[in-house]
Design a protein around this ligand. Structure first.
Ligand code: NAP
Ligand code: HSE
Length: 336
């Protein structure tokens, strides 16, 4: 039996997932012992031309997607908290695992969705929601159990790092650099979340839940973007041999309170994040046993994000080789 999936969203991420499932089908079949078949795609605008096989249901009606027979996983790559959260809950209620790239939704509702997944004997995955293709969620969730993490610092937004790097490296304007980031598929549909630091903030809150078991009070987290930087800031940084980076950091103070911030920082050459350029993200994890672990890789764009989603998908079905039979969403509530 194939593994049947549905895609919510067919933008930069959704389309890359669709194409990557096709281009990597042979390898996936070897790993999973069966093929992955995209059965349906949910979009917002039915009139947009799309290159999707004719036997795939393309719809703007979520109910039609949910009514497809035998769906084994839902891949969510739409924008914002709603309707993504409501759709996620409906799939989980039907016993269908949800894999998301949507960090805004995961930061707001991740904890609820994990509980919903547990209650229905399924799973909620969100590797693609943090730091693009870098497998930071797997590292924190699966590989650093014995270690006590004391602090994490990261460049978590590919768009703003691309803007800062290209402005400095090529001398182009902020607006031109942002346009390039949009053309490359790095920026959000509304790029204000990228440049105001909110996108980094959401990712930091997801990390906080994993590492410290909860999020800090949002209003106590300083969140400054790159939009307020002046020419003078850049000149001063380069005169001092420094580079300005949008750094998201989280740790605990002496009283055990979580402290977090997103802010531009001038970093010296000795700092590992100084060397993270372009669309790359970088994450420094400080732990008691390991010391300092540094991860770097592409933080945005279709392929790196599809990579994270496909890794979630393959890991899920390696762990759960026999997809559960589809349950109708309406019947599930009665069970609990
Ligand atoms: P995008 O290019 O703007 O695509 C969004 C897709 O979602 C479009 O296909 C759109 O439909 C569909 N959509 C939006 N609202 C919808 C709704 N209410 N109902 C049904 N479909 C809806 O965005 P993207 O860059 O692919 O990003 C998708 C998600 O992944 C976002 O949450 C983003 O934060 C996250 N993400 C993006 C990246 C990246 O590098 N781009 C990386 C990691 C995570 P139409 O095509 O009809 O407009
Ligand atoms: N807009 C986001 C970024 C996409 O630039 O980092 C990846 O989450």
């Amino acid at each position: 039996m194939p593994i049947n999936v549905v895609l919510l969203g067919f933008g930069t991420v959704g389309e890359s997932v669709y194409r990557t499932i096709a281009s990597h089908q042979d390898g996936l079949r070897k790993i999973l012992g069966t093929e992955i078949v995209v059965k349906g795609v949910l979009v917002k605008d039915a009139r947009k031309p799309r290159n999707i096989a004719s036997d795939v249901l393309v719809t703007t009606d979520f109910k039609k997607l949910l009514e497809l027979p035998k769906i084994d996983a839902a891949i969510e790559a739409i924008v914002g908290v709603e309707p993504a959260y409501t759709y996620g809950v409906k799939f989980l209620n039907a016993g269908i695992p949800v894999i998301t790239a949507n960090k805004e939704m995961a930061a707001h509702k991740g904890e609820k969705l994990r509980r919903e997944a547990d209650a229905n004997g399924t799973e909620f995955h969100f590797e693609a929601a943090v730091a693009g293709g870098i497998p930071i969620i797997a590292v924190l969730n699966q590989l650093l159990h014995a270690n006590r993490v004391s602090k994490i610092e990261g460049i978590l937004n590919g768009t703003s790092n691309f803007i800062l790097s290209t402005m400095r490296g090529e001398g182009i304007s902020f607006d031109e650099a942002l346009k390039r980031a949009q053309r490359n598929g790095y920026a959000e549909a509304d790029p204000s979340n990228d440049i105001l630091g909110k996108d980094s903030f959401y990712k930091l809150m997801i990390i906080s839940e994993l590492v410290f078991g909860k999020q800090p009070e949002w209003k106590k987290v300083e969140c400054t973007g790159i939009n307020e930087l002046s020419i003078k800031d850049f000149e001063e940084a380069s005169a001092g041999g420094q580079r300005i980076k949008l750094v998201a950091s989280i740790g605990k103070d002496e009283d055990g309170n979580i402290t977090a911030a997103v802010e531009p920082q001038s970093l010296n050459e000795t700092h590992p994040l100084y060397h993270v350029e372009g669309v790359d993200n970088g994450i420094v994890v400080h732990t008691d046993l390991l010391g300092r672990l540094f991860l770097q890789g592409p933080g945005a764009g279709g392929l790196p994000t599809a990579s994270a989603i496909l890794e979630d998908l393959t890991q899920h079905f390696q762990k759960n080789p026999n997809p559960k039979p589809f349950r109708e969403a309406s019947k599930v509530r009665a069970i609990h």
